[in-house]
Design a protein around this ligand. Structure first.
Ligand code: ARG
Length: 288
């Protein structure tokens, strides 16, 4: 793949300026696959917790090298999916809407994260009434909150998010069980800013026909991902507006975002994918 040099990017795409982010992550110290709540999980397949920790550590260091701040929460024994901190809460402008998990096996995570937010200076923390898997299903575009439903987050949580966070919410219907959360079917490459619209990448087949029409109206210039991009969880990517952290297998998608002036940064998350997770699932953005 041909990458533009930094100076070439500035000339061709002056808008590809990264912004410094703050993320919340949770070490996979107790990571295993011992129950099945999505089609990626198979308890008969061996999992190495040490390898998961090594891959997670490399992801964390990748963010730090890119200049971002990573906060961590202490993992809890008996909660093997707690590494997926994207499901911890939705934070916009310093307001936090906590989570409420669909699967009983993950239910106890919500309160660990609620306490983290309170202990770390967040005053405005509201716990949802409806099933709400946070950034698994909620994606901030800079102007609206895209909200997935179909497998995990209840549609009622969308209205709750709009009321609690005070931002417009657009509901999107997921239809393919492999893409059970919005963040495995769509990600934001760059947020709406200074009159420029947000740029996103998504896999149309993960969504209902009506939602596909909504997405093509809202994002006529989106990167349209292929099955090959989606099936390695390539859409579970994290962008700072310039650098796009992607699973190492997502080479086609990486080449396409590079063409648009982004800088793909590849990470190996093979062990976490055994639970249906990728880079974004391990990363919750703390906005404000
Ligand atoms: N095993 C976890 C579950 O099914 C994976 C969660 C991945 N998180 C995400 N944001 N997509 O709940």
């Amino acid at each position: 793949m041909t990458l533009l040099s930094d100076s070439a990017v500035e000339v061709v795409h002056p808008e590809r300026a990264p912004t410094t982010r703050r993320y919340l992550m949770c070490e996979p110290r107790y990571f295993t696959v011992e129950y099945v709540i999505n089609p990626w999980m198979n308890p008969d397949e061996p999992v190495s917790t040490d390898l998961a920790v090594a891959q997670w550590t490399a992801l964390k260091e990748t963010y730090e090298t890119l200049g971002h701040t990573v906060e961590t929460i202490e993992p809890a024994a008996g909660l093997p999916d707690m590494v997926f901190s994207a499901n911890s809460g939705t934070v916009v402008d310093g307001r936090v809407l906590g989570s409420r998990f669909r699967a009983p096996q993950r239910a106890a995570e919500a309160d660990h994260f609620r306490r983290w937010f309170l202990d770390n200076g967040y005053r405005d923390v509201v716990m949802p009434q409806c099933i709400n898997e946070a950034e698994g299903d909620f994606t901030w575009t800079g102007s609206v909150l895209l909200a997935g439903t179909g497998f995990r987050t209840d549609p009622g949580a969308h209205a709750e998010a709009q009321e609690v966070l005070g931002v417009p919410v657009v509901s999107l219907q997921l239809v393919d069980p492999r893409y059970y959360h919005l963040d495995v079917a769509l990600f934001v490459l760059s947020e709406a800013r200074d009159g420029r619209p947000a740029e996103v990448a998504y896999y149309p087949e993960a969504f209902s026909a009506g939602t596909q029409r909504v997405l093509s109206r809202m994002f006529p210039n989106a990167v349209i991902a292929t099955e090959e991009d989606a099936v390695c969880l390539g859409l579970n990517a994290v962008s700072d507006g310039r650098n796009v952290v992607l699973p190492v297998e997502a080479t086609r998608l990486a080449a396409e975002v590079a063409q648009r002036g982004y800088n793909p940064v590849m990470v190996d998350i093979s062990e976490l994918r055994k639970s249906g997770g990728g880079p974004k699932c391990c990363t919750n953005e703390l906005r404000g």
